[in-house]
Design a protein around this ligand. Sequence first.
Ligand code: NG6
Ligand code: CA
Length: 516
Amino acid sequence: MRTSPLVTLAALGGLCLAGAAHTRAAEPASKLPNIVLILADDVGYGDISCNGATRIRTPNVDRLAQEGLRFTDGHSAAATCTPTRYALLTGEYAFRKKGTGILPGDAALIIEPGRTTLPSMLQGAGYRTGVVGKWHLGLGSESGKQDWNGEIKPGPREIGFEHSFIVPATGDRTPCVYLRNGRVESLDPADPIRVSYQQDLGEPTGRANPELLKMRPSHGHDFTIVNGISRIGYMAGGKRARWVDEEMADTLSREAVRFLDESSKQKKPFFLYFATHDIHVPRTPHPRFVGKSGMGPRGDALLQFDYQVGEVLKALDRLKLAKDTLVILSSDNGPVLDDGYRDDAPEKVGDHRPAGPYRGGKSSNFEAGTRVPFLLRWPTRVKPGVSDALVGQVDLLASLASLAKRDLPPTAGPDSFNMLPALLGESKAGRDHLLVQAGQPSLRKGPWKYIPPTRGPKIAVNTSTELGNDPDGQLYDLSQDPGETRNLVKERSELAAELAALREKLIAGPRTAPAR
Ligand code: NG6
Ligand code: CA
């Protein structure tokens, strides 16, 4: 049977409705604020001086806190990078989708092109959208099959970023090259790149040639050597295109500022997702930061992170855009000291507390896994202050959609709620409940933190992080016991059962409350 043109049109219309957000009222795009989302990597709650750090000073981050809102109970969606970034961009908890754990550098894109994402929603609202920095969400349609010498897609552009300049995965993973709008930057066609996570491609490795290393791995990270540092994964060729780790922060902040400069010349508002590589391993700050923190490369990388925040803030000042730009700063997961290289982080941390008063760190079920720095500045609308509201990055999609007056299609961002009043400091009430994932999801509700029974080691062998596993389950009252030291799961067994049931219900079906 031939489909009539009318039916086809109707079907297409349906498809459009399913895939795109719609503008509610005629709000001229020029009235909407610019949005800059700065996402740090592995920066802990206590790593910034506005959250209590004293041995390290982060004046640019602190400036955001002074001129904006500092959230004390702000969360990444997960305790590691990929699931956090997945949830942040899609508004869907990552545990709902297989294959959203920490990705290798040759993984396929895990966000389906065409679905509503934070950038595609803002693009629909008239924004110019760009991503600069760490990606770690996969690229291309098939893992291990990318041709790094041609155009790699789908990627950022196919999920809503008009402009991109990215580190494909992480600094410790091959390929160690930047991608500008889907193509390897500065690639010499006579020296093509090959990447593999299975097969040794013949270049020196950390395992075979430790004498070539300027920083030795402590665990893993002993494949191909690039810039004197061995990585996870193999690569060959592409010599001219390889990044120099010590220059990465300057390269990325220059690209971020360039995006701001170019955007300022356009009539549209803009959205910049600036995902710094700092302070993830390998921690290799520019020589001008080396030795400046007294805490070794991890502390120096924190100073470098703060510098990059300063570059963005300075550009907004120079372009006279600071007042009309909503800046959000957060981190993708909690802190870690030894994450695979011998960079003296555990030896030199001294009395600095990367997680502040919280227990655990990156990959942990304990609070420090996801309770991260969370700052928001928007001078024309937001009064400076401190908010204790429970907020999460997963809500940015629905909240910013509300700000941009866009209706989300019913299937979009199933776990994302409109928390705009809390985010703008107009309401003290944050999330009623929030799931936070370290492999499995735990539940936050009010002062309560419920961690279901989990197997696995108490302490990670490699990183020495307390993982917060307990086969009996755990219940903590964070208002009395922020450090999660007194497990009340037996004493308050009824409450624990109630929270366990709520957790199950939320896992089974999203969007129970609050409505958006
Ligand atoms: C781990 C890596 C760690 C880091 C992490 C991802 C080893 C032994 N450890 O598997 O170094 O790369 O993955 O970090 O390989 S994240 O911040 O991107 O999630
Ligand atoms: Ca991270």
